[in-house]
Design a protein around this ligand. Structure first.
Ligand SMILES: [Zn+2]
Length: 494
């Protein structure tokens, strides 16, 4: 064989196998109007999982998701996850979970992308500038309920797979999807489904990818931790009925006074948790973490402006980020039974229930937190020598989640961000709770990465939620690049 022929054959082989990122990226750019239109169709469905009257829309949303994946040739199933019981005892069918598989090559890694297509409630009257269910493009921002949380990220993953297919390029890894419709109300039924399919659908999955959070700034980010949440009710009960403060005030020990007295003992005015044992359980901040926080792009003044305060609990970036992500805190949310209507009412409520929660972090344990909080509140209450009754219950005990940022999955993420955005990602944590990450980790034992594409100012759960075109389209390219990077992970390094 002559040399020019050999070298041209070699060149052909190497280009056939090389990752053709620019072709894929170009394909995404030239199809962006189509992607926006699909997002518009998806946002138009009011898939509000908290409103039982919208349940038919939610079912339709799951069908539409399944149809989309089916049209692409995926092996798709709509998994029945049973019913939910409503407060009046009625049973209501839960939206089915959509699972899909693309590719089944045992020589490739298999990733599983998790997402959700249900949304929080939204009404124009809540203060939206545009109809929340009519995706509206204003200066490159796509406004609509569920645009960022989580419909555009789910579609970006779908379009990433579709682009490989359209260009007749082999998917570098097998791709599975798990798309649910109850995330916004606590992923009802999903834990049981994951457990039931642990040895079937999840058995060949190597990695799980979640894109259900956002960046911290304009810089792309990878998320490696979330806080958990222990949510409590503290009930103080006194007289058998509400009393008039003019008639009975001064003669009875009021439940509300007791309740506020004990609530005030949970956290000091400078943010120190007063419940014994909680602060001691928290993993110490390492020097490396400190350095990572120091490098993160974060502007305290912007943050203050965004939330509309002139002073924060901490005045330097590292302390603030650390308390946002990796230290616990106590928040008092409300008091059931308290008079809260406009005007004046001279009532002494007979029974009041405080709602508060503790954002929980490694190495706190929810069972231990429950005991610490219950014992402490009872001891504080006992000192008041009140005849009223106190009852403390923990109603949610969601664990935190933490990944190793040196894990090959994260190294692959850094490489993909570098390729698409030509910069290093911020490595961030999420102050909120994404319980599904912990469930995936505990049940399947697989490694997880959170790879957000939402912007820092997308207004999730709030009025005027949006997804920028830039994040949507560049995010799709990021997923394309990421699939290729994951394929490079050495099988033995899992
Ligand atoms: Zn979400």
């Amino acid at each position: 064989m002559d040399l020019p022929l050999l070298s041209s054959i070699l060149l052909f082989i190497s280009t056939a196998q090389a990752f053709q990122y620019s072709e894929l990226a170009q394909y995404i750019d030239s199809h962006q109007e189509e992607y926006v239109e699909t997002l518009r169709d998806w946002v138009a469905i009011e898939s509000d999982s908290s409103n039982v009257l919208k349940r038919p829309d939610l079912h339709r949303m799951m069908d539409m998701t399944a149809d989309k994946l089916r049209t692409m040739g995926g092996n798709v199933e709509l998994v029945d996850i049973g019913e939910q019981e409503l407060p009046d005892g009625q049973m209501l069918a839960l939206p089915k979970v959509v699972t899909a598989r693309f590719g089944n090559d045992a020589n490739k890694h298999t990733v599983c992308v998790y997402g959700h297509v249900d949304v929080q409630p939204a009404k124009l009257e809540d203060g939206w500038k545009t109809d929340p269910y009519n995706l509206t493009d204003i200066n490159g921002n796509l406004y609509g309920r569920g645009a960022s949380d989580n419909k555009a990220p789910v579609l970006a993953w779908i379009h990433a797979v579709e682009a490989y297919q359209a260009l007749n390029m082999e998917l570098p890894v097998n791709v599975k999807f798990v798309i649910e419709g109850m995330e916004e109300t606590g992923s009802n039924g999903l834990d049981a489904m994951i457990l039931a399919q642990r040895d079937t659908f999840f058995s060949d999955v190597d990695y799980i990818i979640i894109s259900d959070c956002g960046w911290l700034s304009r810089r792309p980010a990878l998320t490696y931790g979330t806080r958990g949440n222990c949510y409590f009710f503290a009930e103080v009960e006194g007289p058998k009925q509400d009393l008039h403060s003019g008639v009975y005030g001064g003669t009875v020990i009021e439940p509300m006074t007791d309740l506020i007295g004990i609530l005030d003992m949970l956290i000091s005015s400078n943010g120190k948790i007063l419940i014994p044992g909680i602060r001691e359980a928290v993993a110490p901040l390492s020097d490396e973490e400190w350095r990572m926080y120091q490098d993160i792009e974060f502007d305290l003044e912007n943050y203050k402006n965004k939330i509309g305060v002139n002073q924060l609990m901490y005045s330097n970036k590292v302390d603030l980020l650390a308390h946002m992500w990796r230290y616990p805190t106590v928040s008092i949310h409300g008091i059931e039974g308290a008079f809260s209507d406009p005007g004046t009412k001279t009532v002494i409520p007979a029974k009041v229930i405080a709602k508060f929660s503790i954002r929980q972090v490694p190495n706190m344990d929810p069972a231990m937190v429950k005991k610490q909080v219950t014992d402490y509140l009872h001891s504080v209450f006992a000192k008041r020598k009140s005849p009223n009754k106190l009852k403390v219950t923990m109603v949610i005990g969601a664990k935190p989640w933490l990944a190793d940022t040196q894990h090959p999955l994260y190294e692959a993420g850094k490489a993909a961000v570098k390729r698409v955005f030509d910069m290093d990602p911020d490595l961030i944590r999420e102050g909120g709770t994404i319980p599904i990450a912990r469930t995936f980790q505990d049940v399947t034992g697989k490694s997880i990465i959170m790879m957000p594409i939402g912007g820092f100012d997308d207004g999730l759960h709030s009025q005027n939620e949006k997804m920028s075109r830039y994040n949507y389209i560049e995010g799709t390219k990021l997923f394309i690049a990421y699939l290729n990077e994951v394929a490079q992970i050495n099988k033995t390094s899992i």
